[in-house]
Design a protein around this ligand. Structure first.
Ligand code: SF4
Ligand code: SF4
Length: 187
């Protein structure tokens, strides 16, 4: 099935999901391509942002959740800034990552999905990304505990990372934000 071979319904279930989750109306996309033209990660994506918008209009949920694109998007918001229809495409991408995680879809970019989990886990516990802990947690989650270990001495001696976690003001509030979001999602 190709993206161009199907006529869009007024609003697919996926399109409704995106609207409810992000407030963005993907049906406003008229396929001008300005988002794809400016995307710095477009060259490694399997679907450009414009194609993602079209696929949502068509309700191609499985194809989207299995795509590399949703994990390769770096949330730089270039597409959102360029869109003449004022669609916040970066936010739409984020909603697709969330849906893929909730539905436990096997990620096309496993390492990136693991990095997302490690990053959020460290920020939740320590209020910010603590580089050494983040690297260690990522290695553990990816079942490769000694990955890149040879880089550690050089980074420590050059002051790029520290053994001591940085002190964070408001770490408790950050944890409360995570708890609140979880409660909203459950509700
Ligand atoms: S820039 Fe906006 S209107 Fe143009 S293709 Fe991308 S999402 Fe659609
Ligand atoms: S937010 Fe994602 S899709 Fe949009 S331009 Fe940046 S990398 Fe590309």
């Amino acid at each position: 099935m190709t993206l161009g071979s199907i006529s869009p319904s007024p609003c697919s279930d996926l399109c409704n999901f995106v609207r409810e989750r992000t407030g963005q109306n993907v049906l406003d996309c008229y396929q001008c391509g300005k988002c794809s033209a400016g995307c710095p990660a477009g060259y490694v994506m399997d679907l450009g942002p414009r194609q993602v918008m079209r696929a949502i209009q068509l309700g191609l949920k499985e194809e989207l959740l299995a795509s590399k694109t949703i994990w390769l998007c770096v949330s730089c918001q270039t597409c959102s800034a360029r869109c003449p229809a004022n669609i916040d495409i970066a936010r739409v991408m984020e909603s697709l990552r969330w849906l893929a995680a909730v539905e436990k879809t096997t990620p096309a970019e496993k390492e990136i999905e693991v990095f997302h989990r490690a990053f959020l886990g460290v920020v939740k516990r320590f209020g910010r990304a603590q580089e050494l802990l983040l690297a260690a947690w990522y290695n553990l989650l990816s079942k490769n505990p000694l990955a890149n270990i040879s880089l550690l001495p050089g980074m420590l001696t050059r002051g790029k990372i520290s053994f001591l976690p940085a002190r964070v003001k408001g770490g408790v509030e950050v944890k409360r934000i995570f708890d609140k979001v979880k409660a909203i999602e459950r509700g």
